[in-house]
Write a protein that binds this ligand. Sequence first.
Ligand code: CP3
Length: 335
Amino acid sequence: MNTLKEILLKKDNTCKSIWFMRQAGRYLPEFQKIRSHNQNFIKLCLNSKLSSEITLQPIKRFNLDSAIIFSDILIIPHALGQKVEFIKDQGPKLDDFNLEKFLDTNEMEFLNELNPVYKAIEITKKNLSSNKSLIGFIGAPWTLMVYMLNIKEDEKKIDLKKLEKFDGKIKLILNKLIKFLCLHIDNQIKAGADVVQIFDSWAGLLPDKKIKNFCYEPNAKIVDFCKENKILNICFPKGIKEKFKNFNEFVKPNGINIDYEIEPKWAKHNLTNVVIQGGLNPKSLLENDEKMFEGATKYIQTFKDIPYIFNLGHGLLPETDPDKVKRLIEFYRNY
Ligand code: CP3
């Protein structure tokens, strides 16, 4: 049984499944080994063979129920002609946004650049047992814009003045992003992805008066595209607190990943007609086993009688001990 798909189709209330955001990545020594020979991160994402190998690393190690393709949300600005670099311990650095170049990139150029991602999905699908799901993903338009327009001041604040400088062009930018993100989703599904996750990691930075235009509406357009094409989808509007409810009612995704600020009981009562995923604070995996299990129990208990996908409230932290991940999975499986 392909549990993630089954759950999202709400076939069975007792159906459960487990995977982790950022399960393929820096906390795994087998990833670090490959990474140490591949200094250019974007190039590594576009190496189909290695991308597929990295995707399968956590599946081999932990026997998780789903694999998420190894790539990055910033592969999109890269494919739209904006240079993206990852500087060690500093995170991503993008060249200045060039509207003309952005608007000039056509579908063929875009898909040509991303073709290795689709190849990686094809290879992975062949090597993944049929009872597991393969997850494709995109960054939501707002989160991509935060990086592309370089409007983040720090982890908690955007530079609204900088954003307003683009005011007249915002619609143009959003529409092009939505169109090309749908294209990327479609091609990931055609290559063999079973589900897509839409990461709006910086939704929580939006002021209330901008959240509809920049978060709800773009996510809704992408989810509508998915629905028209029968593509199962999971949204992750991180950091929007009680507005998770409005988001869910406006966007109506198949699944919604809650973050660690959302109380599971609140989510159960307020997020209806959707499958809930995640929630556990990734910092729980840095605590002792007892505390970690206590944290996990809260989610497992709360969601025991409805479809639920066990996951975190954000990605696994690079300093996580892989053995901790193993014990958390064992605990979940034995519960
Ligand atoms: O395992 C997986 O989840 C699949 C691969 C994946 C990566 N990035 C690989 C990666 C996925 C799904 C992402 C999504 C992503 N990328 C998001 C949304 C989820 C989230 O965490 O909020 C965001 C905001 C990005 C942008 C990004 N990519 C940043 C800010 C950074 C640097 C710091 C960090 O968070 O890791 C990256 C680099 C990146 N993406 C790495 C990996 C494994 C680390 C690269 C390295 O080795 O230096």
